[in-house]
Design a binder for this molecule. Structure first.
Ligand code: NAG
Ligand code: NAG
Ligand code: NAG
Ligand code: NAG
Ligand code: NAG
Ligand code: NAG
Ligand code: ZN
Length: 931
């Protein structure tokens, strides 16, 4: 093991003699420590489980060598050290001081009176006391839940990624420092303990305490260590392999909701074994998946002990909607992918987080898609609208981060867990897969995992391996994969490919796509395309040619004078495509006449691209709307998904309640007619996943737009709910929200739902209800509700704070966003004491303002006498950006309005005149609108 580690360390590059620590502003350890083993012994007292204390104590013993002589040891720690000794074998080494601690970097400098030498094994022993975290659900923390008989039970659990292992025990807390871990925990005997490895021993200490010792782990990073002490129980599933059990654990009262996870776990793991070519059983001898009542992220891939939010693991066939089924399957696939990408082979440092998260995001679709039970879910298609489109959007801002970028401090490291890392990471990997071919990609991955097992990698390691499996003709003749991929990974942004026609020739050129501003940047872009005379072409995603930096490309004699060309089959390349007027009009015509000639994912691409071209000013909104017009014939999910994302943005900017917003909604209801008819309330089919997702998406919009028949259905279902008949599970989010939005007796309906919230114990139901209160169109109810989000005894968990608030500002229209901002002003002290993200709350809410009068609520925040300087700056810039959004919207309004006028005068829309729409205000008007 030592030589293996030595080999790894010597391959690390130290740039220009600068130490890693200096290069990373003092936040990194010098790369001279070679830890091999941790023995961690923790003790948690009965007080903790009685809700009467948060203290814990621990001892850690770290075996390490060094690669360079030194008289200081730098190590991460956070707790109070009571004793520290260092040995070489049984010989003590004098520690001159361990007082030098930087609480910003969380690095302790241990000064020695003699130098450590290369080739000797040392043992560092530290005893310490700590407090469990109770506010941020990170490190070693306390969680609790109420049982049905009213008692509160406590558990302790961990969340170490990325920089919190040091909160539980002193350690070299960087992903590259892999070692084995021998963990034991002393705890009240009535509770049980879980960790990465199976239990080796359970020793009674005395009448009340017991000590659980686990088997020693394989070599692994500190952030993947985990332990839980709880009164949970587990359900055993199918084994992953002989002697490799899989179980799902949760609080006992939720035992009935474990079936889905129990059923899917081993199946998904086995699919991943096929993809990776490596058995899970060779890593660890068991897999426990545990649902934690308080959890900050979605789930965490601790090796052998994966933790989840309850909504990410627990599922009721009767009461959880299909969207939860989808997310549970995908979260499991994501976390299990990490067993290989992240746990077995680990990003060397967080600059390269995408090496872990990009693959996990990719296979949460493409591994889950292989599961028979999920095979008709079309997860491969969902990937394009859910991941590629969101990645392109985030990547279109001048301030976007690149996939690899330097992260030093703890908060910079946390910020690497971003849309760019996950979504763009996955999208770029998918592009490479389509370039070199799926089978070659798999072979490359096998080799990468095999070569770097138990080690840490940089992106170059991956590209070099994949290069070996890339057929020569799949890459540009003059560039390696590393060269091709450089600008996609090390620079922010993505290309806009512009296609112009000249006679029968088609010319392609490139630039960076940005929503605003401009920047010179070019890429090697793989180009696939389909011509109108060969619509089967959409199936072939391997590149026909490369568009290179600095060169336009001419496709000679590609189209005749009626023909169209569509670039980027199934949007397998990570870029946008714009066409000249002539080519756009041929595409538009085809969409109008027979849209099924164009692949469904390319229809989704066209809508997403054209909307963003309007948003950036490259095209006019009227151009985008005229492409959107074909939607009146569209009944498939993916194009509608794209369209809805675009329209939601436009309506957020111009306001659902503004004059132009209402006119736009009326027009969209026309477009919605046909697809709405395909998903009636009366036709529920929860066995059909794609139908159900489409139904929920379409009905959600129809009701938000105020379509009378939709609102009437909702009211009927809510009345039945009030008389004891539960709402069909997939309609709940629509019914709860819109029953409040259109309520004629809000107080009664609101209180009814609040009572339901109080009595719900299934997490998916809790969250569905919580997300609905924001639909109420009354400021005092909204503010009362927001008060409950900062009330520790109301039943609203801190982990659900964002769900509750986003329901208010994103679904509550004018009233909701203003009430939320006013609430911040009126409850500033309490809110900031309870929730640490108030700054981003202010800017997010302001992003939903669409008229000047709403800005008064930000002024109220500015008038708070105790407002922090940071929040004052945020509020001031929120005003500036809200003003610029409002100006932007009014600059576009004319164009949108002209488009609607033209439709109206051409008789395409049977609308009441806009004057009438203004006059009737919030009342119903023809075309069946209720606002
Ligand atoms: C702690 O580390 C930070 C980051 O390197 C540095 O800015 C700060 O000056 C250090 N503090 C002390 C007391 O050395
Ligand atoms: C653990 O759960 C069981 C049954 O759910 C309960 O009877 C017992 O009191 C709990 N134990 C502790 C220590 O809370
Ligand atoms: C039992 O063991 C625990 C843990 O070591 C200790 O804190 C406690 O004092 C012991 N109780 C008795 C009654 O000896
Ligand atoms: C489609 O048109 C192109 C260009 O005119 C031509 O090269 C190609 O052979 C045609 N393909 C089919 C299947 O007709
Ligand atoms: C529309 O296009 C599809 C796919 O090319 C084709 O199968 C279908 O026959 C066309 N429909 C009409 C009405 O032309
Ligand atoms: C906080 O929640 C508790 C329990 O529901 C409730 O009794 C109390 O009135 C709430 N406090 C406020 C300020 O709403
Ligand atoms: Zn992940």
């Amino acid at each position: 093991m030592w030589t293996e580690l030595g080999v790894l360390i010597t391959t690390l590059v130290v740039i220009q003699g600068q130490s890693t620590s200096e290069e990373y502003g003092g936040y990194r350890l010098n790369e001279i420590y070679l830890p091999s083993r941790y023995v961690v012994d923790l003790e948690v007292s009965q007080d903790v489980f009685d809700g009467a204390g948060v203290a814990f104590s621990g001892k850690v013993s770290i075996t390490f060598e060094i690669s360079e002589s030194t008289d200081v040891i730098r190590i991460h720690k956070q707790n109070a050290i009571t004793s520290l000794t260092l040995f070489s074998g049984s010989t003590p080494i004098t520690v001159s001081s361990f007082e030098k601690y930087n609480s910003t970097t969380e690095i302790l400098t241990i000064e020695l009176s003699q130098s450590l030498v290369v080739g000797t094994t040392y043992t560092l022993n530290i005893e310490y006391n700590g407090d469990l975290d109770t506010t941020s659900m990170s490190g070693f923390y306390l969680s609790s839940y109420r049982t049905s008989y009213g008692a509160t039970e406590y558990l302790v659990t961990t969340q170490f990624q990325p920089t919190h292992a040091r909160h539980a025990f002193p350690c070299f807390d960087e992903p590259q420092y892999k070692a084995t871990f021998l963990i034991s925990i002393t705890h009240p005997a009535a509770y049980n303990a879980l960790s990465n490895m199976p239990q080796a021993q359970l020793d009674p200490i005395n009448t009340t305490y017991a000590k659980t010792t686990f088997k020693e782990t394989p070599r692994m990073s500190t952030y993947l260590v985990a332990f839980i002490v709880s009164n949970f129980s587990c359900s055993l599933g199918e084994v992953i392999d002989v002697d490799t059990p899989h179980q799902v654990c949760s609080r006992k009262e939720q035992a009935q909701y474990r079936d889905l996870a129990v059923r899917l776990g081993s199946v998904i793991m086995n699919k991943l074994e096929t993809i990776t070519g490596l058995k899970y059983a060779q890593q660890l001898p068991k897999m426990d998946e545990v649902a934690i009542p308080d959890f900050s992220a979605g789930a965490m891939e601790n090796w052998g002990l994966v933790t989840y939010r309850e909504t990410g693991l627990l599922y009721s066939e009767e009461d959880s909607s299909n969207s939860y089924k989808k997310s549970i399957a995908q979260v499991i696939a994501h976390e299990f992918t990490h067993m290989w990408f992240g746990n077995l082979v680990t990003c060397k440092w967080w600059d390269y987080t995408f090496l872990n998260e990009g693959f996990a995001r990719l296979y949460q679709y493409f591994a889950a898609a292989l599961v028979e039970e999920l095979s008709d879910w079309e997860l491969d298609k969902h990937f394009v609208v859910e991941q590629v489109h969101t990645a392109l959007l985030t990547d279109s801002s001048l301030s976007a981060d690149s996939l690899t970028s330097k992260a030093s401090s703890q908060s910079q490291v946390s910020n690497k867990f971003s849309t760019i890392t996950y979504n763009k990471g996955a999208a770029v990997l998918r592009m490479i897969e389509h370039v070199i071919g799926a089978q070659n990609f798999l072979s490359g991955i096998h080799s990468y995992l095999d070569t770097y097992s138990y080690k840490a990698t940089t992106p170059k390691n991956l590209w070099d391996v994949l290069q070996r499996f890339a057929p020569t003709n799949s890459l540009p003749s003059d560039a390696t994969l590393e060269v091709v991929i450089e600008n996609w990974v090390e620079k922010s942004g993505h290309p806009l490919v512009t296609v112009t026609s000249s006679g029968n020739d088609v010319i392609l050129s490139q630039t960076r796509f940005l929503l605003s501003g401009s920047e010179d940047r070019e890429w090697y872009i793989p180009i696939s395309y389909t011509l109108s005379n060969d619509t089967k072409g959409f199936a072939n995603t391997s590149p026909k040619f490369w568009l290179r930096p600095g060169q336009a490309y001419t496709l000679s004699n590609a189209i005749n004078n009626q023909g169209w060309i569509i670039i980027n089959n199934q949007q397998s390349g990570f870029y946008r495509v714009n066409y000249d007027t002539a080519l756009w009009s041929r595409i538009k015509e085809t969409l109008q006449e027979n849209h099924t000639e164009i692949d469904v994912l390319n229809r989704a691409q066209l809508l997403n691209d054209v909307y963003n071209f309007a948003r950036s000013g490259l095209l006019k909104y009227s151009d985008a709307m005229s492409v959107f017009s074909y939607l009146k014939n569209e009944v498939e999910y993916y194009p509608w998904y794209s369209a809805i994302v675009g329209l939601n943005h436009l309506l957020q900017r111009i306001g659902y309640e503004s004059t132009i917003g209402r006119r736009l909604i009326a027009h969209q209801l026309e477009n919605l007619d046909k697809v709405y008819a395909t998903v009636p309330f009366s036709k529920l089919d929860s066995n059909n996943q794609v139908y159900t997702m489409k139904q929920v998406a379409i009905l959600t919009r129809a009701c938000r737009y105020g379509l009378t028949s939709c609102v009437e259905e909702v009211k009927g279902l809510f009345e039945r709910y009030k008389s004891g008949n539960s709402v069909p599970k997939n309609l709940r989010s629509i019914v709860y929200c819109n029953a409040l939005r259109y309520s004629t007796d809000l107080h009664t309906d609101f209180n009814f739902l609040w009572d339901k919230f109080q009595s719900a114990s299934l997490a998916s139901e809790v969250v569905t209800i919580l997300g609905s209160f924001g639909c109420a169109q009354d400021a005092s109810h909204i503010k009362w509700f927001l008060k409950q989000t900062i009330n520790a005894t109301s039943g609203v968990r801190l982990q659900d704070f964002s769900t509750a608030w986003s329901g208010v500002y994103s679904s509550g229209g004018r009233i909701g966003a203003v009430a939320a901002m006013e609430f911040i002003a009126e409850n500033y002290a309490e809110l900031t004491a309870y929730y640490s993200g108030v700054g981003s709350l202010i800017s997010t809410i302001a992003n939903y303002f669409f008229e000047e009068s709403q800005l008064e609520s930000i002024q109220k925040v500015l008038n708070v006498s105790t407002l922090s300087n940071g929040h004052r700056a945020t509020a001031n810039s929120a005003i500036t950006s809200a003003r610029s959004n409002i100006a932007w919207a009014s600059s576009k309004a004319e164009d949108v309005s002209a488009f609607l006028d033209e439709l109206q005068s051409s008789g395409a829309v049977h609308l009441a005149s806009s004057a009438l729409l203004i006059a009737i205000g919030a009342l119903a008007f023809n075309r069946g609108l209720v606002l």
